[in-house]
Design a protein around this ligand. Structure first.
Ligand SMILES: NC(=O)C1=CN([C@@H]2O[C@H](COP(=O)(O)OP(=O)(O)OC[C@H]3O[C@@H](n4cnc5c(N)ncnc54)[C@H](OP(=O)(O)O)[C@@H]3O)[C@@H](O)[C@H]2O)C=CC1
Ligand SMILES: CC(=O)N[C@@H](CCC(=O)OP(=O)(O)O)C(=O)O
Length: 334
């Protein structure tokens, strides 16, 4: 199966290259950035002697000549322009940006005017634990955000037991690579080194994404309070979810039962950590309780389960391959 990567110069683009180089069924036949004209190893020095393919100037018509499926590792707004054209040219799309994740009204409220309303209708939210059958039939996947991935995997198993009028609290922490390659004041070494701070508390653009998916799954508009923090590490994401059930349940049994078939969720005996999932597609979960108060801890690699490896799992499913084909499972430990 021939695949394209558009946005190859960024962090998630590099993670896609690394997985797809050795994927058993996918072959990278087209790779592009805004300007092109360099080798992949010039964009990413770690690829010298490993992957020297020429990087082209992104052009949807050229993608359609060379590939059957395209990964879009682009910022939101830039992604939907490409996705629209690629779908019209019969290329399947896995979009890592936020462009197709939300319903129209919520997207336009929290992002910008949508430029591809037609295809927005058919996009499937690519959380494989919840939408596997729809993903298999899809030609456009909205790959979930990193914070929503870690948060939803922690909360969804408990939806049928939650107290309807109790707010859901999500305290989240991300490594700096979550902000992408571009420089900013907050990701400056001197700002983040030996530091930790909240940003956009209760008004981050991932809050509506999490709330919408919880409402769709439960049929109830739970109040979601989401507070992200920046951590002084390169990769990794930890979400602490605070939940209230309406009666006492066996929370660990509920979690284990919900994920009994899930290849990439591990229910752990002790509070989870980011290092044990770094470099992998696993989401590690832990739950403990005091009566009806639950604490759920969720850890992922923001660049992999939060973006690129989840994108490859989705592509595997869309193309009829094993969901685990080419997906990393060995963590960067120690
Ligand atoms: N980093 C993470 O942990 C996660 C990222 N995502 C999403 O995945 C997508 C890619 O993220 P990531 O790889 O981290 O981002 P980066 O900033 O590292 O890379 C994005 C790349 O997109 C290219 N690009 C094309 N058009 C534009 C444009 N108009 N403005 C800016 N850049 C542009 C740039 O390369 P060039 O100009 O050379 O073409 C850039 O290198 C984003 O939508 C992001 O929100 C989702 C989940 C987690
Ligand atoms: C640490 C950090 O800055 N993280 C990013 C979210 C990660 C991401 O890329 O999310 P999308 O795919 O929805 O764009 C942020 O807070 O905006």
């Amino acid at each position: 199966m021939r695949v394209a990567i558009i946005g190859a110069s960024g962090y998630t683009g590099l993670e896609l290259i690394k997985m797809l180089i050795s994927h058993p069924h996918f072959e990278i036949t087209y790779i592009a950035t805004t300007e092109g004209g360099v080798k992949a190893s010039a964009l990413h020095p770690s690829l010298v002697g490993v992957f020297e393919q020429e990087v082209l100037k992104a052009d949807a018509k050229e993608v359609a000549k060379h590939a059957d499926l395209a990964f879009l590792a682009l910022p939101h707004q830039a992604a939907m322009g490409f996705a629209k054209e690629l779908l019209e040219l019969h290329v399947k799309v896995v979009d890592l940006s936020a462009d197709y994740r939300l319903e129209l009204e919520a997207y336009e409220k929290h992002y910008c005017e949508h430029q591809d309303k037609e295809h927005l209708q058919e996009a499937v939210y690519g959380l494989p634990e919840i939408h596997k059958e729809k993903i298999k039939a899809a030609r456009l996947i909205a790959n979930p955000g990193c914070y929503p991935t870690a948060s939803l995997l922690a909360v969804l198993p408990f939806l049928s037991y939650l107290k309807k009028d109790a707010p859901i609290f999500l305290d989240a922490k991300s490594g700096v690579s979550g902000a992408g390659k571009k420089l900013s004041q907050t990701s400056h070494f001197v700002t983040i080194n030996e530091n930790i701070f909240a940003y956009n508390p209760l008004k981050h653009r991932h809050e509506p994404e999490i709330a919408e998916k919880i409402a769709q799954a439960s049929g109830h508009a739970y109040e979601v309070n989401f507070i992200p923090h920046l951590l002084p590490v390169s990769r990794g994401m930890l979400v602490s979810a605070y939940l209230q059930t309406s009666e006492v349940i066996d929370a660990k049994a509920v979690l284990q039962s919900f994920y009994k078939e899930a290849r990439f969720v591990r229910v752990r005996e002790n509070p989870v950590d980011i290092k044990s999932v770094a470099g992998t597609n696993f989401c590690d979960l832990f739950v403990t309780q005091k009566g009806t108060s639950l604490f759920v801890s969720s850890a992922i690699d923001n660049l992999l389960r939060g973006a690129s490896s989840q994108a490859v799992v989705n592509a595997n499913l869309m193309c009829g391959f094993e969901e685990s084909a080419g997906i990393p499972i060995i963590a960067y430990v120690p």
